[in-house]
Design a protein around this ligand. Structure first.
Ligand code: SF4
Length: 300
């Protein structure tokens, strides 16, 4: 089990008050109830699909100024499911918003596709297309518009559904993994055993140093909070990697003890080959493993 590093996401969403969250669930449930089952029912029943729920209710009662949070959406065939962070009623129609705790200064394609999938699922769930969609980085204040034209979103959704069907047909999920350049864009990277196995199995130390930028897994030799920064020494491929990480961004490291395994993403290793230093980037993430990591023995 992994613990997501950026605990800031919840903080960001904390701008939404408790009463509004509760109201959102109530409204969401009441809308879904038009077909005889509520969204809560849907969440409890893994076999639930929209087709079982009955006719889709048109989303025509979402007035300008209305705000809802964490709205469940599903594709008509039940293969895809998502939860939209925030939905706003605007003069032009419905706006979908997804918050990201990363410090990007661009819009990665995977985020764009995620919103396009949400738009398609919104249509399948509520019977109307959103007018716009945005990805917002609250920590940087940046916001990006996403193209949610029906034809674009339908194409993305069809591609995703095809992928899901392929995955369902394969009995061994790990057999589907093809670690490679695409992993740099993959949100599943922290949990993907084939990815970590491939990283650990790299025979060349020089190549491993390059690949470590995408992700490296190490065992904590030492950790210390000095002033505002955590100072870590991680054992990786028989050498010691130094990391300095600000506590205000990596506060979860307070739980880390000697001997624990960490996965570090998007952090280049520089300096001496046998004693490199990890260079913090805006994309750096650190995950704590609850158990043992993927050792080099398993990788081979
Ligand atoms: S990290 Fe795993 S799931 Fe993601 S692209 Fe790479 S191999 Fe596929």
């Amino acid at each position: 089990m992994l613990d997501r590093a950026n605990g800031t996401c919840r903080e960001t969403r904390a701008g939404v008050t408790g009463p509004l969250r509760r109201r959102s669930r109530k409204r969401c449930a009441s809308r879904a109830a038009g077909g005889g089952r509520t969204t809560s029912d849907a969440e409890r029943d893994p076999d639930f699909t929209l087709d079982q729920r009955g006719p889709i209710q048109p989303m025509n009662e979402f007035p300008e100024g209305e705000v809802e949070v964490e709205i469940l959406v599903r594709s008509r065939d039940g293969l895809l499911i998502g939860r939209v962070d925030r939905v706003e009623g605007t003069p032009g129609g419905i706006r979908l918003i997804d918050y990201k705790s990363a410090l990007h200064d661009d819009l990665p394609q995977r985020y764009e596709r995620q919103l396009q999938l949400y738009a398609a699922m919104w249509h399948d769930t509520w019977g109307a297309w959103p007018a716009e969609a945005r990805v917002i980085y609250p920590l940087t204040g940046a916001a990006y518009m996403v193209d949610v034209a029906a034809s674009t979103c339908e194409g993305v959704a069809a591609e995703a559904a095809k992928l899901v069907r392929t995955m369902l047909a394969e009995r061994r999920p790990s057999a589907l993994a093809r670690p490679g350049d695409v992993c740099t864009l993959c949100e599943f990277r922290p949990w993907c055993r084939p990815f970590w196995r491939t990283q650990a199995a790299e025979p060349s130390h020089a190549a491993a140093l390059v690949r470590a930028t995408v992700g490296f897994e190490g065992v904590v030799e030492a950790i210390d909070l000095r002033g505002e920064n955590w100072r870590l020494m991680l054992r990786w491929r028989g050498c010691l990697v130094r990391l300095v990480l600000p506590n205000d961004r990596f506060g979860h490291l307070a739980r880390v003890r000697q001997g624990m395994h960490l996965r570090v993403l998007d952090t280049p290793l520089r300096g001496l080959r046998q004693q490199p230093t990890a260079s913090l980037t805006p994309r750096t993430e650190v995950f704590i493993l609850e158990g043992a990591g993927i050792g080099e023995a398993e990788a081979r």
